[in-house]
Each structure stands twice: as structure tokens, then as C-alpha cells.
Design a protein around this ligand. Structure first.
Ligand code: ADP
Ligand code: MG
Length: 246
């Protein structure tokens, strides 16, 4: 693991009307590290990653990426800089095929008779390469995503992050909607991302997954960071105690 954090969240607060969704939260993420974010519903986990990825602006505090303070106007800007976020709803387009999803918003164009058209062949070839590297088996790249399983869809989202050389990958409840074999596959994918030096922030309710894959665990409760520990130095009981408080 490297000494310099790839991402620093410093004293960030975010309010929605009277709700303190985040209060003075600081978190570091290192390259090749998997950081698990735990906490009950409404603890502020999704808000924290949305503040990082440019969906929300923090009211207070700052975010640094790759050594410099940043303000992302929107998630597309964060993505262009190498922060790829897979939201709870996956943000994949069901009616498009795998290639189109890997390139969503960044489609390669070619010219036919002088007119710009989508280069579908290039999209499929490069998407296939991205998924091959990840050891994800998808036989048909021309089928719409809606015909695929939850695990395959998650894999496509991860493949998209790899293809665009993300330095930080943020995943909000990636295994929540999956069956057990697919959960295992996603956990394996997170481990391989870690091997390639990507910093991963992984939100989960599932303590088994958290302990299987993370290096460090941060616990939020009612918008505050109430606990942080190296995964090997803590256990489920302690994490649950932090989550519920009292
Ligand atoms: N866009 C929003 N508008 C108003 N309130 C919000 C918004 N997003 C989140 N909240 C509130 O902020 C708090 C934290 O929510 P969230 O970050 O989604 O928690 P978690 O992901 O840990 O379940 C909750 O009380 C939630 O209702
Ligand atoms: Mg959430």
C-alpha cells in the first residue's frame, strides 16, 4: 500500500434542510486499499459517496484527489478524472448491449460517408477485452443488459471502471441484489481491482462481505464517523456496537 492517500475527505458536512446527513466526516483512501463503509439506514453512507463523486457539493470541508483539492461539478467530471462510482441503482442502461454500457456517455464515433456514427464494433471489441481481463464470462456482447443476471450487470459496471483506468472505484451496496454465487464473484472482482492498485470504497450491510474483502472499516451513525479500524484489528461485534451506538 502506498503512503499517499489517493483520496482525502476532510471535515465534510452536508445538510438537507434540517437533516445533518454528514457532520465533520474525515476519511482517507489509499491506492490498492479496500475501505468498507458500514452503518445503519440513513447513517449518511450514500451521501458521503455522492459528495465524493460530484453528485452533491459539501457545505463544509474539502476533498482532495491525487494530492490536490478538487470540486467536481458532476459525476461525469469525477469519472473523467478516474473516480468511477457504481450507485445503488447501478446506472446501467438496460436496453443497451454490454459494449454500449461500458462506453456509456463516452461512445467512440467513426465516419461513414462523412457522417458521424457510433463505432459499435470498437465498443464490443474493447468491452470484451475489459471483461476478459477481469475473467468475466459473458458470451453474447450484442444482447441487451436486461437479459443478464445481477452479477453480470455488476461485472459490466466494474469492467467499465477498469476500461477507463479508474483510480478510485466506489460501490454502493454492490452485492445487495445478488444471489450467493454472484456475490462471491463480485467479491472476487473487488479483490482483483485491489491487486491492480485501484482504491475501492465499498458500502455494504453484509458484515460477512465486509470482513471478506476490506482492509479497513469506517462506521457512520447519524451522519458522524463513530468508528474506524483496520479490518484485522476488529470484529463483527465491535462494528455492530458502533453501528447501533448506546
Ligand atoms: N437528496 C436528499 N434530500 C433530503 N434528504 C436526504 C437526501 N439524501 C439523503 N438524505 C437524508 O440524509 C440522511 C442520510 O441518508 P443516506 O446518505 O442515504 O444514508 P445511507 O446511505 O447510510 O442509508 C437520511 O436522513 C436521508 O433521509
Ligand atoms: Mg444508501
Amino acid at each position: 500500500m502506498s503512503e499517499q492517500p489517493i483520496l482525502r475527505v476532510q471535515s465534510v458536512s452536508k445538510r438537507f434542510g434540517g437533516v445533518h446527513a454528514l457532520e465533520n466526516v474525515s476519511v482517507d483512501l489509499f491506492p490498492g486499499e479496500v475501505l468498507a463503509l458500514a452503518g445503519d439506514n440513513g447513517a449518511g453512507k450514500s451521501t458521503l459517496i455522492k459528495v465524493i463523486s460530484g453528485v452533491h457539493r459539501p457545505d463544509e470541508g474539502k476533498i482532495s484527489y491525487d494530492g490536490a483539492e478538487v470540486t467536481f461539478e458532476n459525476p461525469q467530471k469525477a469519472r473523467e478524472q478516474g473516480i468511477e462510482t457504481i450507485y445503488q441503482d447501478l446506472a446501467l442502461a438496460d436496453n443497451l448491449d454490454v459494449g454500449a454500457n461500458v462506453f456509456l456517455g463516452r461512445e467512440p464515433m467513426k465516419r461513414v460517408l462523412g457522417l458521424p456514427v457510433l463505432d459499435r464494433k470498437k465498443m464490443r471489441t474493447e468491452a470484451a477485452e475489459a471483461l476478459r481481463v477481469l475473467d468475466i464470462r459473458i458470451n453474447r456482447f450484442d444482447l441487451p443488459l436486461r437479459s443478464m443476471s445481477g452479477g453480470q450487470r455488476q461485472a459490466v459496471a466494474i469492467g467499465r471502471a477498469i476500461h477507463w483506468n479508474a483510480k478510485v472505484l466506489i460501490m454502493d451496496e454492490p452485492t445487495a441484489a445478488l444471489g450467493v454465487p454472484e456475490q462471491r464473484k463480485v467479491i472476487a472482482l473487488i479483490k482483483s481491482l485491489k491487486q491492480s492498485g485501484v482504491g475501492v470504497i465499498f458500502i455494504s450491510h453484509n458484515l460477512v462481505d465486509i470482513f471478506a474483502v476490506s482492509d479497513r472499516i469506517v462506521v457512520l451513525r447519524r451522519g458522524q464517523k463513530v468508528g474506524e479500524a483496520a479490518t484485522q484489528a476488529t470484529n463483527s461485534d465491535e462494528i455492530v456496537r458502533w453501528m447501533v451506538g448506546g
